[in-house]
Design a protein around this ligand. Structure first.
Ligand SMILES: *Cc1c(COP(=O)(O)O)cnc(C)c1O
Length: 380
């Protein structure tokens, strides 16, 4: 019998889960190394002119960082502990960008000591701090850009106004810093390619304006945001097509000497993660089946809060589906995952799993609220 590709994929995933259930207690998060590699290769194929800096906040598990380090990516860190983690794994400081526009003075000192010279900023007071503690640091000005249609807004808190960019870069130069270019972030899970196109257009205007004022900029950092499919039948996510449009825009607007970098987080780590939970209790209330899982919003489903993410809950059972609710294990009613899932009848001990949950999940889980520890991470 000929099986569809998605059916084969589902069987493979479920066989993997069954194998792992024999060895490990739930909840656990499987991280598939082959998928990490696949995502890296997809990125490099679709955007061969762009150097990726993996944004480790998406998932900072050391084996993930090691895997990407071996594949040759660079890294985006936002704090000194993140920087230290990457450096301790043997990554050269020249492969790191300190992409937090607001850094404490002690962090800038630490960055200098660790020789991580490349960083972003978006305001003048920050430049004075950097100049004081890290002369000749290499800086990119982060600008505010549209985040229309993105799952997570990343320009509400950060980003200089466009008309300030050249002024700030010249200021950086006058303070003894090395102004290299412009960075932006169109928002996470950015399905709307227009955001990138518009941001590139604004950036190219800034490059032109800088040139007129004798400032030669070299680097464009297009940030992260590259979307992934959280649902099997999700429409509107086509990374390859999006990348092609982005490349055309780069070619149209920029000199061939300009270098591009990016900071993918979700796209690199998300698809590799499979979260496996079990039903620890069930009841019938509000006219539906209520299933209580051993992981919830305080744990690996924290992305439902912080990442505004929704997930596709799957089970190993087939058959007729009923209106069901899923809740986490803590005593908080807020720890409810869904009140309108169509699921087959489940029993205590049954598995509920979620694919493509490798990013912004364990990364933002609490340590052990109510005594429930987050899922164990298992590299496969
Ligand atoms: C979070 C973040 C990223 C990663 O974004 P994704 O949408 O996960 O690709 C990259 N750069 C900066 C500055 C960020 O804050």
């Amino acid at each position: 019998m000929k099986q569809s590709k998605s059916k084969v994929e589902r069987n493979n995933v479920e066989n993997l889960i069954r194998r792992m259930l024999k060895k490990h207690q739930t909840p656990f998060m499987l991280i598939r190394r082959d998928i990490l590699e696949r995502q890296f290769k997809r990125f490099m194929k679709a955007l061969p002119n762009v150097t990726p800096y993996y944004a480790i906040k998406a998932n900072s598990h050391s084996d993930i960082i090691k895997k990407f380090a071996r594949l040759g990516t660079c890294f985006d860190v936002a704090s000194i502990p993140e920087m230290k983690q990457v450096l301790d794994l043997g990554v050269s400081p020249t492969r790191i960008i300190y992409a937090n526009t607001i850094k404490s003075e002690s962090s800038i000192v630490a960055s200098r000591r660790k020789r991580v010279r490349f960083m972003t900023f978006d305001n003048e007071p920050e430049l004075y701090k950097i100049a004081k503690h890290f002369p000749r640091a290499q800086v990119l000005v982060r600008i505010k850009v549209e985040n229309i249609g993105s799952l997570v807004e990343l320009s509400l808190k950060f980003g200089a106004d466009h008309d300030q960019a050249v002024y700030l870069l010249k200021k950086a130069k006058s303070l003894g810093l090395i102004p290299l270019g412009v960075s932006f972030h169109v928002g996470s899970q950015a399905k709307n390619v227009e955001n990138y196109l518009q941001a590139l257009e604004i950036t190219s205007n800034i490059f032109d304006e800088a040139k007129e004022q004798d400032l030669n900029l070299k680097i464009v950092d297009i940030g992260g945001g590259f979307p992934i499919q959280h649902f099997d039948n999700e429409i509107g996510v086509n990374f390859e097509r999006m990348a092609q449009t982005i490349r055309q825009q780069m070619k149209k607007l920029f000199d061939r000497k300009v270098e591009f970098i990016a900071e993918p987080g979700r796209f690199f780590a998300g698809p590799a993660g499979i979260l496996v939970t079990q039903v620890v209790g069930r009841t019938f209330r509000n006219n539906k089946n209520y299933y209580y899982l051993n992981d919830g919003v305080y744990g690996d489903f924290s992305g439902m809060i912080f990442d505004h993410c929704r997930y596709e809950f799957k089970t190993l059972r087939r058959g007729q589906k009923f209106l069901s609710a899923l809740a986490g294990p803590t005593c908080d009613s807020f720890d409810t995952l869904s009140t309108n899932e169509e699921l087959p009848e489940l029993y205590v001990g049954d598995v509920v799993y979620v694919k493509s949950i490798g990013a912004y999940s364990c990364a933002s889980a609490t340590n052990s609220f109510n005594g429930f520890a987050p899922a164990k991470i298992i590299m496969v």
